[in-house]
Design a binder for this molecule. Structure first.
Ligand code: B12
Ligand code: SF4
Length: 442
């Protein structure tokens, strides 16, 4: 038996807006796929042969001898995923879908596939494969829906990230870092976040030895780890303590590795309130573990949602201090500015650019607020009849898919494009970046 895992393509910022390439001429960061496929491959029984196709590198719908096609996708990739599902079914293949979008919108996916997996894949994957075997033998069938079941993280083998690194990528930029998961679930409920619903509200941690082993395996291939934890590991919580333990475990992560190799974390996601609440010693431990960049997520927290509205000088002052603290610890704050929150108006763009200039941010990305299906903001905007399109490929943070509160959709889009252009071209931040760092994800 053979399973073909497919990672469907999605539009990055410059694919939605080619003019960005003209203004911001640098490498286009092609991040690793999510760990979803690697996690399922790790629990696939040995008698199943595995093939993986990354549709971002080459169209994935070439004919296949696989018995089962397994699609893994989040919202930006959903349009292409459903198109691929239709093509594979037209070839007579059985198709199963999983990931964030199928979890949130199973009814939209179901007509295109034989089975939808809701939530985490590992606990039901054996059942899916066994049903696929029975279906192939004519003695059974796939069920339309599997899950949701939360996995016991202590029982999971390390994800097969090797599938992503050793895949054939002729002429394609291969990232320097690959995702590493420390925990699943988040107790918070940020308006635009999918995670508490897809992975649960309780934070569950992987055993430290498991996480460290993965970082070491990446290091043996010359790669660093970037953590999948977004911003849920708040100071003082169990997740935060686990993060500190991981930093310490990696502070001398060279044991047993070839000379010059070191297990290290390249960046972690963090928010401004988290930086402010972290003691100095914690930031030092992060730096010692190799963290030289924070992916500073904005737009979800009480500081960045208020700092650029022009109405909250206190929030703005805190934002300056947060960036300063990162810089003081030698950690580059790669700042993600989210435009289109409810209180943002036409002046927000100038306020963001001014802040970026004065605070010393040299590396930034700009995103348009996007109400991802199933998140609290999605439910609110659907209720207020403010969703403008359900064309899922436009849900990639580079398009306006809802009616903003204090701007027109055109003003919001123009503001987003102006942020990229003025930050990188007119203000010369690109020139200020060392060559090796000129890989902005856009
Ligand atoms: C690595 C990462 C990326 C990578 C890879 C993309 C991807 N597909 O995830 C890159 C860097 C490319 C990326 C980009 C973006 N990302 Co991103 N990213 C992540 C991150 C940090 C980790 C993903 C991961 O590895 N998770 C761990 C794995 C194990 O989880 P999983 O993929 O959900 O898989 C499990 C289940 O879903 C299921 N499953 C998955 N696939 C399948 C398939 C089958 C067949 C089955 C049975 C089960 C199954 O089983 C798996 C194991 O239990 C997540 C946050 C997170 N913690 O998940 C955000 C996240 C996925 N990203 C998100 C977003 C919004 C984006 C962007 C659009 C915007 C942005 N600013 O980040 C951009 C794209 C921008 C652009 N236009 O270029 C959102 C998704 C929102 C949504 N509802 O879809 C997330 C959830 C962040 C958040 N908190 O909102 N991202
Ligand atoms: S954005 Fe971060 S803190 Fe907020 S709900 Fe999502 S994972 Fe939790």
């Amino acid at each position: 038996m053979k399973v073909l895992f497919v990672y469907p393509r999605f539009d990055r910022h410059a694919e939605s807006h080619p003019e960005l390439r003209r203004w911001v001429p640098m490498n286009e960061y092609l991040g690793s796929p999510s760990l979803g496929i690697a996690s399922l491959a790790a629990v696939t029984p040995a008698h199943w042969e595995i093939e993986m196709r990354d549709d971002r590198l080459a169209p994935a719908d070439a004919p296949t001898d696989a018995d089962l096609v397994a699609l893994s996708f989040f919202t930006p990739a959903a349009t292409r995923a459903l198109e691929l599902a239709d093509r594979f079914r037209a070839m007579g293949k059985r198709v199963v879908a999983g990931g964030i979008f199928p979890t949130m919108m199973p009814a939209a996916v179901a007509p295109h596939v034989d089975a939808v997996v809701i939530g985490e894949g590992e606990p039901v994957w054996h059942e899916v494969l066994a049903d696929a075997e029975r279906a192939a033998a004519g003695t059974g069938a796939l069920r339309p829906v599997y899950g949701p079941v939360f996995a016991d993280l202590a029982t999971l083998p390390p994800p097969r990230v090797d599938l992503y690194i050793d895949g054939e990528r002729p002429g394609v930029f291969e990232p320097d870092d690959y995702p590493l998961q420390v925990s699943r679930g988040c107790p918070l409920a940020c308006v635009a976040c999918a995670l508490p619903k897809t992975m649960g509200k309780k934070m569950r941690a992987f055993p430290l030895a498991h996480v460290k082993a993965q970082a070491m395996a990446l290091a043996a291939r010359g790669k660093r780890a970037c953590l999948t934890e977004d911003t849920g590991w708040l100071p003082g919580t169990a997740g935060w303590r686990r993060m500190g333990e991981l930093f310490d475990a990696l502070a001398d992560g060279s044991a047993g590795l070839p000379a010059g190799q070191r297990a290290a974390i390249s960046y972690v996601g963090i928010s401004m309130p988290m930086i402010l609440a972290s003691p100095t010693s914690f930031l030092e431990r992060a730096k010692a573990a190799g963290v030289d960049m924070f992916y500073l997520v904005g737009g979800f927290d009480p500081i960045t949602t208020r700092a650029f509205t022009g109405k909250d000088p206190d929030a703005l002052a805190k934002a300056y201090v947060a960036v300063r603290r990162a810089l003081d610890h030698g950690i580059e704050p790669y700042t993600s500015f989210l435009l289109g929150n409810e209180d943002d108006d036409a002046g927000t763009v100038d306020r963001m650019l001014d802040f970026a200039d004065r605070s010393g941010i040299r590396k930034a990305e700009f995103a348009i607020f996007t109400p991802y299906p199933g998140t609290p903001s999605w439910h609110r905007l659907v209720g207020e009849d403010r969703i403008l399109t359900r064309e899922w490929r436009l849900y990639n943070d580079a398009n306006v898919v809802f009616r903003p509160a204090r701007m027109s959709p055109d003003e919001l889009l123009a503001g987003y494009l102006r942020l990229w252009r003025e930050f990188y071209v007119d203000r010369g931040h690109l020139a200020a970046l060392p060559i090796a760092e000129r890989t902005i994800q856009f």
